[in-house]
Design a protein around this ligand. Structure first.
Ligand SMILES: [Cu+2]
Length: 335
C-alpha cells in the first residue's frame, strides 16, 4: 500500500516536470482503405458492397473510401437513414442529404456523416475519395443509401494499443480479394443471363445478389426472340438497384437526372419524369416511346415488374436510362 502511494507521488512529481508519465501510443495514426464497389465487363458487372465489409482500426486512425462505382458512404449513428428521393411540388428530386457531402471529417459515433456521391460520369468515379477520422472506440455501421440496406459496412474502432487482426496493407489485400470474389460471381451469373419462357410469355429477370454483393447491368446476354403476340415481362430480382425498361422508338435515350441550377448553392437534381413515370402502354407496335417507370429493388415497395405485348415483327432496342452510361440495354426480336 505504501509503495503504491510512493509511486503515485513520483508520477505526480514527474507530471509536474512535464515529463511523459503514460506509455506513448504504440503507433502513429494509420490510414486505411475501403473500396466502395467495383466494375467489370464494361460495366455489365457492378459490385454493390464495401470491401472489406468490416474493418478494424485504432482510435485516431483515418479510413479513406476509394470509389469504384456510383455510391455514397453514410453514417447515421442509429438515426433514420435519409431517403434517396424527396418530393417537392409534385416533382421528385435526389435528396441533397445523400448526394452532397455532409458533416465534418471526424466521427465519434454521433451525428450524420456523408461522403456525397461521385460525379455521374463513370470515368470520374475512380478519382472520388472520402476520408473520415475516428475519434472514439466503438463499432460503427454505415450504408450506401443509393443501393439501400443490402450495401452496408462496419468500422470497428479499437482503443489505442489493442492488437488489430490486419495491417492497413493486409486489409487492402483482403478488400481486393473480396471485390474479386464479388465480381467473379457476377461474371458467372452474366454468363447465363437468359430470358425464360413462363406461362405462355417470356420473363426477363434483372439480377443481383445481396450475399455475393453484385448487380448485373444487363437484361439478357443475347436478344430475346419471340413471336408476334407474345408478352414479355421484366421482373426485378435485384436487392440493390433501380432500373427501367424504356423503348425509345429511334429517339434519344432521355437523361435520368436533370440538374436545375439554383441562384445560390448546388443545383437541384430533378428525376426526369420521362424516365421516372411509366407510360400507359400495354402493347408495343414497334414505334414510339414506351417506359416502365422506375422498377424498385427486391425488399422495397414496388413496382417490381413491367409487361409489354409485342404485336409487330421487328428488332427493338430498349434501355435503362438510369444505367445507360454502363451500357444497360437489351434487344427484343419479334418474328
Ligand atoms: Cu438500370
Amino acid at each position: 500500500m505504501r509503495k503504491r502511494w510512493q509511486r503515485v507521488v513520483v508520477l505526480v512529481v514527474l507530471a509536474g516536470l512535464g515529463l511523459p508519465v503514460l506509455p506513448a501510443p504504440a503507433q502513429a495514426p494509420a490510414t486505411w482503405t475501403v473500396v466502395a464497389g467495383g466494375l467489370r465487363d464494361q460495366g455489365a458487372v457492378f459490385a454493390n458492397a464495401f470491401f472489406p465489409r468490416v474493418l478494424d482500426v485504432h482510435v485516431g486512425d483515418t479510413v479513406v473510401w476509394q470509389f469504384a462505382g456510383f455510391h455514397n458512404v453514410a453514417f447515421t449513428s442509429g438515426q433514420a437513414v435519409p431517403p434517396l428521393v424527396v418530393e417537392e411540388g409534385g416533382k421528385r428530386y435526389l435528396n441533397p442529404q445523400v448526394v452532397f457531402p455532409q458533416g465534418p471529417r471526424t466521427y465519434d459515433g454521433s451525428g450524420y456523416r456523408n461522403s456525397g456521391t461521385p460525379p455521374e460520369d463513370p470515368k470520374e468515379w475512380a478519382r472520388f475519395r472520402y476520408a473520415l477520422t475516428f475519434t472514439k472506440p466503438g463499432t460503427y455501421t454505415y450504408v450506401c443509401i443509393i443501393h439501400g440496406p443490402a450495401m452496408s459496412g462496419a468500422v470497428r474502432v479499437h482503443p489505442a494499443g489493442e492488437r488489430l487482426p490486419l495491417t492497413p496493407t493486409q486489409a487492402l489485400q483482403r478488400a481486393r480479394q473480396e471485390q474479386a470474389a464479388s465480381l467473379r460471381a457476377g461474371e458467372q451469373a452474366l454468363g447465363h443471363l437468359r430470358a425464360q419462357v413462363a406461362g405462355g410469355g417470356v420473363r426477363v429477370r434483372m439480377v443481383g445478389d445481396a450475399q455475393k454483393g453484385y448487380s448485373l447491368m444487363r437484361y439478357t446476354r443475347d436478344p430475346v426472340v419471340v413471336r408476334a403476340g407474345t408478352t414479355v415481362t421484366w421482373e426485378m430480382a435485384d436487392p440493390f438497384e433501380i432500373h427501367t425498361v424504356t423503348f425509345v422508338g429511334g429517339g434519344p435515350v432521355p437523361p435520368f437526372v436533370v440538374p436545375q441550377p439554383q441562384s445560390s448553392g448546388p443545383p437541384k437534381l430533378l428525376l426526369n419524369p420521362k424516365v421516372a413515370v411509366p407510360t400507359p402502354d400495354k402493347e408495343y407496335a414497334g414505334s414510339g416511346y414506351a417506359n416502365s417507370g422506375i422498377l424498385t429493388p427486391l425488399g422495397a415497395p414496388g413496382p417490381h415488374t413491367y409487361s409489354l405485348r409485342f404485336t409487330r415483327p421487328g428488332t427493338y432496342t430498349y434501355w435503362c436510362p438510369i444505367h445507360a452510361a454502363l451500357g444497360m440495354k437489351g434487344v427484343v426480336v419479334v418474328k
